[in-house]
Design a protein around this ligand. Sequence first.
Ligand SMILES: *Cc1c(COP(=O)(O)O)cnc(C)c1O
Length: 233
Amino acid sequence: MPEDARRTELASALVAVRARIEAAVAACGRPDTPTLVVVTKRFPASDVEQLERLGVRDVGENKAQELAEKFADLPCRRELTVHFIGQLQTNKAALVAGLADVVHSVDRSKLARALDRHRPEGQAPLDVLVQVSLDGAPGRGGVPLAGLAALADEVAGLAHLRLRGLMAVAPLDEEPDRAFARLREAADGIRRDHPGATWISAGMSGDLEAAVRHGATHLRVGTAILGSRSSLG
Ligand SMILES: *Cc1c(COP(=O)(O)O)cnc(C)c1O
């Protein structure tokens, strides 16, 4: 697609998603608007640059290798806050700790310690969200609610990480409103012990309105802005 056509497409999709968010905010009477993290996974660096020119400042990636390829030499990197949102193997923690500004998907002690160890000296502490598994099912990442407090305590104690809050993906077989209500309850509990942990990352293209209703501070939206590239997996 020619660059201008892609730019127009992205611009109008952004307007539509921002309108959805504003409508959801107004409908529940929230005083604040959540941060939109545009998930650019599986789309090229040229899209990231277009989005930056359109005013996007927060972008998300879910694979360490792709993060490195796309962002290590990106001219507009310094204008962006880069969020890592995917499941992360401990042996790729060094890559992510050096390139990301925020990691949403910390779900085990070993990963937290690896990110802490590999955060380069001279960079600000890495902002970290603990990913919660709302149904306790293995496979999609996240610590079960029963293990959440201990992991949050551990992250908060690591010098090169900063605990900012919680992240979750709504289970496939549950109403997002019910799932996000549990996430909010968990987030309230964590905030009692860690007053700085105020972020709730929840809501994607299909369920962002429910996430807004339940206090999400960060929405992770891919398909509704960039389109779908399901053929690429
Ligand atoms: C891909 C992805 C998203 C974005 O999902 P869409 O349905 O494309 O908006 C959000 N969160 C995570 C963890 C993802 O991997």
